[in-house]
Write a protein that binds this ligand. Sequence first.
Ligand code: COA
Length: 607
Amino acid sequence: MLRCLTSGGRVCPALVPPFTLSPSWILKNRTEDRHRRLTEQRWRCSVRCMSSVAKRRRSLPSAFPVLERPLQPIHQHVYEANLRNSNACHKKFIELREQVMKGGGENAIARHTKRNKKLLVRDRLRLLLDDEDFLELSPFAGLGLPYGDIPSAGCLTGIGRICGLWCVFIANDATVKGGTAYPITVKKQLRAQEVAMQNRLPCVYLVDSGGAFLPLQSEIFPDKNQGGRVFYNEAIMSAMKIPQVSVVCGSCTAGGAYIPTMAEEAVMVHRIGTIFLGGPPLVKAATGEEVTPEDLGGAKLHAEVSGCVDHFAWDEKEAYDYTRSIVSTLNFQLPEEEEEGEEKMKKRTAEEEPLYSSEDLLGLAPLSYNHTLDVNMVISRLTDGSRFHEFKARFGTTLITGFAKIHGNLVGIVANNGELSYQAALKGSHFVQLCDQRDVPLLFLQNTAPTAALTLSTTQAEMNSNRLKAQGSMLSAVACSSVPKITVVIGGCHGADSYAMCGRAFDPNFLFLWPNARVSMAAPGHSGSLLPRDSEQEEEQRKKQEDDLNRRLEEESSAFFSSGRLWDDGVILPQDTRKVLRDCLDIIRQQQYQLSTEKVQQPLLRM
Ligand code: COA
């Protein structure tokens, strides 16, 4: 059963074509094309493939055993300490969220809405997306940076549904310094594009930006992964058949002007949107001529004269309606949602929920490595029916591996339950390859040891060499596995073990942190393992050095410090993890439903 994309029942201002462009119609008109036969062959192939994909399917009934892991009195002491820490982290999370929601502050909001008559970025998303329930990426990016607090890095990114289709959005917040791009803004935009590429998601840009934040131009302009990369990615994404739509709902000055002109389709809002390389002040300085922004690069000019945009909208609401309409032209076919009675639905939901409350995760989120409880307790609070098919349960027990379902999606779970020993790493490699072989997405629950292993004897040296070899294999297995990967740092992210557990450098499709997470080479309190031993050094001096480093580790390892710098895709609350994982798995799966995904050689060029 297939469901074509529709505009979700909304009235859309776009002209409805008098005929439906069926794929066969397209093919008939391509008879002159010298690649016709090849195209046809490829198309048939992808449709055949899709029709089998798209048939209503049923996964194998789960016979996984239930993982019974209730809280025991023996856990109480550690559980309560963790809970106190989680509550403190939650408070900080709420504080930061409130700070971020205020954007550039009251004055900037008044200027944006009253003087410039524009909608706030979250109101824009409300009009663009099907509902408010979207997956926001790195909302705390930009906070606590050396150059100040940049709320949301001046740009909201995330994944939301438009006409039922998951799309990445990249939306400038012009209340933050006119939407100008700081280095962190560029980094956030590039990460969002990477998410779109890795998961083959259509991408919508809401552009309202004064271009580069000039005082930091040297950190934005020249290098490979800086400003220009956004435009480079737009071309590459188009060549990869990743659709991109741009809405000009504010200023698009200088570099920013390339975003709509390189998008495959662009909508521009009358009186609000402008596109130019140099604005009216520059024209005045250069030629002495006075020109209005509207005449220099307004929506009428670009829709009627330059052709830089394809759709003219009288107001913002109309622009988002157009965008939804454009998205509904994309060639995706989504599987029909199962229609079920309310009762049946309720029963199913009840069956699939874990046996234990997700609130328990707050007491399982470790305050430190020493406060880690059996990771099976975490797994049993995330998986459907708390079911888990464990793999190699008796071997390398400091790493737990096995299969489970999360909201009906089969995943292979790899979870730290102690140090990544020789056996644990061998088991990890085996399991990762197994999932790769079976095309099962991987979920890493990361909580790595606070320090590197010590080498105080020959036996230890031998053990560590073996461990190094096994960990090297696991790194290779993780790096080369082609299945989607999601990493959740539930405790520590320290040392090389974190790479084997699919840290950021190993390209997981998504990486989230719990608020209690710690990200640093060694955990706070373990700086001694990082400092070289110097026999000449006074004990007092050494102690001071250690204390200084520990203080730094404490400050720089917090989840919020990491997220502020975009080392992850955001901090998520432990109790929301199951829902976030459900969305991610759903998002990752969507690429199966795009028809004709053959890579083409050329991006779409605006003529
Ligand atoms: N670099 C640094 N700061 C900038 C900036 C830039 N490119 N563009 C705007 N700002 C700052 C302003 O100084 C102001 O700061 P303040 O709030 O501390 O006073 C803030 O952003 C908002 O600017 P303002 O002009 O008051 O707001 P606006 O909504 O009326 O206009 C713009 C926003 C972006 C249209 C307008 O500021 C503009 O045209 N800027 C210049 C754009 C440009 O030439 N960019 C070239 C970059 S390569």
